[in-house]
Design a protein around this ligand. Structure first.
Ligand code: CMC
Length: 433
């Protein structure tokens, strides 16, 4: 195919340059601006990276206009129906679905890596009991690098693989520990007879003094939530992991940076914020009032769980989660008034001119909290659950970046708007600043 190009002309000097248009396997064409500064002496400006592709990636594809999400080419709807979280972890990291034998080996490795070093337990006691579990998860995750000197060589394929296994396996143990610490309860060791999601529920809820029976409906719902959160291409936390990784920092440090980024309410922290908002609304009759508040330009209030940088259509994950919320509530015979409020809010917002015009739809965080509440997960753990699911995405994207020969340290430029060069004045001579 002939190379496609676009011409960029500086209207001030009349100088024109031809730059390449890149075409991925799916998605819009991308202008390669790599030579613009060299040729025209100008940077490009794109706050929030709204128009900028920062890397090549073969992991996740999103078509935001159509509401499409694929992991390694597989539509999220098919994976949600037929796959499970650990199979998706394998798919994201290694690139293809595993054979039965590969899956068995992988599941066994993840199960057997789930215990954390006893010394790591001491880190928890440094936190206040009322610390947010995300603060603890972020801190303990960062501390992991000090325990695994044996596998910190980022250029070694096997070290990267061991790190990926450790991260996927240990995150539920670390996260459940954060919760048990905040409650002053004993930590539960992982149980190798349980699957990934069941094991997490066991570590969250069991006591050494009693038998704990994992609820199968809860474990299945949780596994699906992990799967739906597993990757989402170059979102804020993943880009943070890549940026940190571009400096060749160790993977635990990079992923800990990702955890911190995910915590924000504009990102993964939205699932917790949605429940707070629904509680504040309190009754379906008040939803209109909150929709009006979200439209008011003088207010900072936004409908949490609504809107997305990429989706200008219904988030496909939210569609699945909405359907699953109903099923889980029915199966567990839970009557959650917040679900009714959420559905009413969605109904009103989707008919509202403001939301239609700005293409604001429910996102992944809008209904996930309804399920998490129904299966007994406390609100402060919602973003931690997102973290457990997303870790495979972060580690797969980090591994892809490290092995990409064209990767360089991430180093954006700026439009400097500060003072021009000026002369230093000794303090004795300063009359004003
Ligand atoms: N409620 C009311 N108005 C909104 C909302 C909302 N939830 N989201 C966007 N808008 C408006 C916004 O005020 C702006 O209006 P205007 O053009 O008049 O200034 C316009 O829509 C575009 O918004 P933006 O902030 O420029 O869009 P963005 O792509 O920078 O931000 C977002 C995306 C997700 C941060 C934003 O939609 C938001 O704050 N949503 C609520 C928080 C949320 O649910 N976050 C979870 C995101 S999905 C999961 C994840 O990433 O973890």
């Amino acid at each position: 195919m002939p190379k496609k190009t676009v011409t960029i002309t500086d209207n001030n000097t009349g100088k024109s340059i031809e730059v390449d248009i890149l075409q991925g396997s799916q998605g819009p064409p991308v202008i390669d601006i790599g030579t613009v500064y060299k040729e025209l002496g100008m940077f490009t400006f794109d706050p929030g990276f709204v128009n900028t592709a920062a890397c090549e990636s073969a992991i996740t594809f999103i078509d935001g206009e159509k509401g499409v999400l694929q992991y390694r080419g597989y539509p999220i709807e098919q994976l949600a129906e037929h796959s499970n979280f650990l199979e998706v972890c394998y798919l994201l990291y290694y690139g293809d679905l595993p054979t039965r034998k590969q899956q068995k080996e992988f599941d066994s490795i993840i199960t057997r890596h789930s215990i954390i070093h006893e010394g790591l337990h001491d880190f928890y006691s440094g936190f206040r009991r009322d610390a947010h579990p995300m603060a603890i998860t972020c801190g303990v995750m960062g501390a992991l690098s000090s325990f695994y000197h044996d596998s910190l060589d980022i250029w070694d394929e096997r070290s990267r693989e061991i790190t990926a296994h450790r991260l996927i396996a240990k995150l539920p143990t670390i996260a459940a520990g954060a919760y048990r610490y905040s409650k002053g309860e004993p930590f539960a060791y992982p149980k190798n007879s349980l699957d990934y999601a069941s094991n997490f529920l066991h570590m969250m809820n069991s006591f050494p003094s009693e038998e704990y029976q994992v609820n199968e409906i809860a474990a299945k719902a949780l596994d699906l939530l992990f799967l739906l959160h597993a990757d989402h291409e170059q979102n804020a936390s993943t880009s943070t992991v890549r940026l940190a990784g571009s400096s060749q920092a160790n993977p635990y440090a990079c992923i800990s940076a990702g955890v911190g980024t995910l915590w924000g309410p504009a990102h993964g922290g939205a699932n917790e914020a949605v429940i707070k908002m629904l509680k504040e609304i309190g009754d379906p009759s008040r939803t209109k009032e909150f929709v009006n508040r979200a439209k008011d330009p003088s207010s900072n209030f936004r409908l949490m769980g609504f809107g997305h940088r990429v989706y200008k259509n219904y988030d496909p994950r939210a569609k699945i989660i909405r359907k699953m919320s109903k099923k889980v509530l029915d199966e567990l015979k839970v009557d959650d008034p917040l679900f009714e409020i959420a559905m009413k809010l969605e109904e009103i917002a989707l008919k509202d001119e403001y939301f239609i015009e700005k293409k604001l739809y429910p996102n992944v965080d809008f209904y996930s909290g309804i399920i998490l509440r129904a299966i007994g997960i406390p609100t402060t753990m919602f973003t931690v659950i997102f973290t457990i699911g997303r870790t495979i995405g972060w580690v797969s994207q980090w591994q892809e970046m490290v092995t990409d020969k064209s990767h360089r340290i991430g180093r954006p430029r700026q439009v400097y708007i500060g003072k021009r060069k000026r002369k230093y004045i000794p303090v004795a001579k300063r009359t004003k600043n």
